[in-house]
Design a protein around this ligand. Structure first.
Ligand code: BGC
Length: 418
């Protein structure tokens, strides 16, 4: 009996030893991210669970704040203090900016062993590399130019999902007359900039968008088309409720869910919120590409920082491999609202919004109408993005004329790019 108990204790101790060895077998990662809303937390939970299931130790560092501005401030402080997190949610030129400072770790050995070049669209592979070496791994492809709607609310005014901005304005007018907030919106600079870029693509088309928001061409920035973009933005401002200031984007999504508002213009992370609340696409909520041609690309990736700890170095490689695995790409994106970055992942289990996104992405690559998101840090350096955000937010929160906004924008961008 005593022997039996002892051996049980021994077995438990051995078990503990085994599990703690296993916990370190796949290293340790501290992951800094801003995935804190319902849908986002569910999605990042998939990554945490998958990493822990492989025996790794996950240290979570969430920094709340949609769009990631607060997270980027926290990251800067950590790197300056010489204590970077192991892995960080990072985007576009931001990856290149950090890599230039020599603080990112190379995971090219994992990437070449697993042929990442053959699994990613070229446009994404290029963003993940610095000097030809992979320093980040993409988790998804988000589309920014989406329109979300509550079908019951639309039915109240006998309206369908609009396909042009004029139609959108007409439905919004009807909703307003019926005492319903047409557009759920959160007044934060990155959300204002999200509206702005969706309208810029919708009103101006992909060539105009690229010239103005990516190449920062002065002719495009000062054009009549840009005046028309601000005119439509002014219209949208009139469709927002009085309490929009400072509201988080997921609370705006809730307004559509509970019928307080008709529409939200937001990237497909909003779908993650609808899904997390148990809503069914096509029944409880509608999705459609925002009016106009093209596709605004936003892709989240995890960038790896140079760390001294060997367990963390090991953890980076395990995480890099895990991120690109088809199983993870599927489960993460089913929760996040986006589509897989790894092109080899079958889309069978995804809903019709995601299927549309995938088809439109392929068509946009084919017709050269894929454009990178300015608001979501895929297009221009942070300093230039900051100028766009300032002008757009000032316009949105004042009675500035479209002509004045265009002049201010062109001057600010010219100054920022020096
Ligand atoms: C990110 C998404 C995130 C959204 C709201 C975007 O910039 O790419 O992953 O869900 O911000 O926080």
């Amino acid at each position: 009996m005593a022997y039996g108990r002892l051996s049980l204790v021994g077995a438990c101790a051995a078990g503990l030893l085994l599990s703690s060895t296993a916990a370190f077998a796949q290293g340790e990662v501290e992951v800094l991210h801003w995935w804190t809303s319902g849908g986002e937390a569910k999605a990042v939970g998939e990554l945490k669970d998958a990493y822990e299931a492989q025996g790794g130790t996950w240290v979570d560092s969430p920094i709340a704040g949609g769009g990631g501005d607060a997270a980027m401030t926290a990251l800067r402080a950590r790197v300056v203090a010489g204590d970077p997190p192991t892995a960080v949610q990072l985007k576009g030129p931001g990856i290149q900016e950090w890599a230039e400072q020599g603080v990112l770790a190379d995971v090219s050995d994992v990437a070449s062993e697993e042929n990442w070049d053959d699994k990613l669209p070229a446009v994404l592979a290029d963003i993940m590399k610095y000097d030809g070496e992979y320093v980040a791994a993409p988790v998804n492809i988000h589309r920014v130019d989406w329109l979300w709607a509550n079908p019951e609310v639309l039915a109240k005014v006998d309206a369908e999902m609009p396909t042009t901005w004029d139609e959108f304005n007409a439905v919004a007018d009807k909703l307003q007359e019926a005492g319903i907030t047409p557009l759920a919106h959160g007044g934060q600079p990155w959300q204002d900039a999200t509206l702005f870029e969706v309208v810029a693509l919708g009103v101006g088309g992909p060539d105009f968008y690229r010239k103005a928001l990516v190449e920062l061409d002065q002719d495009a920035l000062t054009s009549d088309t840009m005046v028309a973009v601000f005119d439509q933005l002014r219209k949208l401002r009139g469709y927002v409720d009085p309490n929009f200031s400072g509201r988080e984007w997921n609370l705006a999504t809730q307004m559509v869910m509970n019928g307080e508002a008709g529409f939200q213009i937001m990237g497909d992370w909003a779908k993650g919120e609808f899904l997390a609340a148990g809503q069914v696409p096509g029944e409880d909520f509608l999705c459609a590409a925002a009016p106009g041609d093209g596709f605004i690309l936003n892709s989240d990736s995890i960038a790896f920082f140079k760390v001294r700890d060997e367990e963390q170095q090991k953890g980076e490689k395990v995480l890099a491999s895990l991120i690109m695995s088809p199983d993870f790409q599927e489960s993460f994106n089913l929760a996040k609202g986006s589509i897989p970055a790894n092109e080899n992942v079958p889309m069978d289990d995804f809903d019709h919004c995601a299927q549309t996104s995938k088809e439109d992405l392929e068509a946009a690559i084919e017709s050269d109408s894929l454009v990178p998101s300015m608001a979501h840090e895929m297009a221009v350096p942070r300093s230039v993005r900051g100028e766009f955000l300032d002008v757009v937010t000032n316009f949105f929160n004042s009675d500035m004329s479209s002509e004045d906004a265009v002049q201010t924008l062109a001057t600010s961008i010219d100054r920022a790019r020096l």
